[in-house]
Design a protein around this ligand. Structure first.
Ligand code: CDP
Length: 310
């Protein structure tokens, strides 16, 4: 089925081919730019205050606080004693984080041999509970400090945790003692699966710590990028994490961001490093997002790895 945006593109994004030619031209050149890093940290702090707001905490969401579900004017969650007890006290991250790696899931990671590079970072963020099995280790690494989990994964992959919870608990072990970052209060149907994931980890004395993404933070980050030419209804998970990293880290390198079906060597690239299942809904935003990330790479504010790591 064709996504409708393919048929009626509304915003002008450079053609994939133009983007790739530009990447090829600039690929070898990169220099860290401290002024750009400081500027983006300030811009993101002013708009979105990631340090205080990225997660729902006891400090920023006391009992009685209303958490608005995204785009749903009539739906909200009022923090009560029960939900309050699930929140961490305060931002648990030791800010500023030093060398951060944000790992997207693009097929560009396949045969990249970036695993070692990624594992050398001091804080590693990954999206949507990605597989880290042996066959991928060389390309994506093994370590994780924060991993996002979409409630839809809990529903689809783990039968909403209504039956056996073992498969979920076992599959989470590859993330060691990292933070699991779930948008529990972003869409109403996501709350229950997220709370079930929380209790499953808590009841099995898991080493992982659940952090609920703060809907206010996600919404302000969305507005920040809207003002910079990313017009899709919702940002991709990867861009939220890059925004978080730009706000909290001294240095940011991103891997696995390549929303195109061919690589710089003109070989086909699968959508993910582990499968080629294309999303319909938000896919169109990714090239727009890529252009923004590429600007940040060119200006030395972050480093983007495309293709093989040295
Ligand atoms: O849920 P979502 O579609 O946002 O993410 P995903 O497919 O699990 O991939 C994680 C992130 O990697 C995305 O949010 C994008 O930012 C990035 N990505 C990319 O740049 N190019 C791709 N072909 C696939 C993912």
């Amino acid at each position: 089925v064709l996504c409708w945006f393919y048929v009626f593109p509304v915003y002008r994004v450079p053609r994939d081919k133009d983007i790739m030619e530009e990447v090829l031209r600039q690929r070898g050149i990169w220099q860290k730019n401290q002024t750009g890093i400081d500027l983006y940290r300030k811009l993101l702090t002013d708009c979105c205050n990631p340090q205080r707001m990225f997660a729902v905490t006891k400090e920023n969401s006391p009992v009685g606080k209303v958490l608005w579900y995204d785009g749903e004017f009539y739906h909200w969650h009022t923090v009560n004693n029960k939900t309050y007890s699930l929140f961490v006290q305060d931002n648990p991250l030791d800010v500023p984080l030093k060398k951060c790696a944000v790992v997207g899931n693009s097929g560009i990671l396949r045969h990249s041999k970036c695993g070692r590079d990624i594992d050398q970072a001091s804080f590693i963020m990954r999206c949507n509970l990605p597989p880290l099995s042996k066959e991928y280790v060389e390309d994506v690494g093994t370590r994780t400090h924060l991993v996002t989990a979409n409630p839809s994964i809990i529903e689809k992959r783990f039968q909403n945790l209504l039956w056996s919870r073992k498969a979920f608990v076992d599959s989470m072990k590859v993330y060691g003692s990292s933070y699991v970052y779930m948008p529990a209060f972003t869409m109403k149907p996501g709350t229950d699966p997220s709370l079930r994931a929380y209790y499953t980890l808590a009841d099995t004395s898991s080493n992982l710590t659940m952090l609920f993404a703060n809907p206010e933070f996600l919404s302000t980050v969305g507005k920040f990028w809207k003002g910079r030419g990313v017009h899709a209804k919702r940002l991709s998970t990867g861009l939220y994490l890059v925004s978080l990293a730009l706000g909290l880290c001294e240095e940011v390198t991103v891997y696995g961001f390549w929303p195109f079906s061919v690589g710089l060597d003109e070989h086909p690239v699968s959508h993910h490093y582990y499968d080629n299942i294309l999303p319909c809904k938000w896919f169109h935003a990714m090239p727009e997002e890529f252009v923004q990330l590429w600007h940040l790479h060119k200006s030395g504010t972050l480093r983007m790895r495309v293709g093989r790591c040295p």
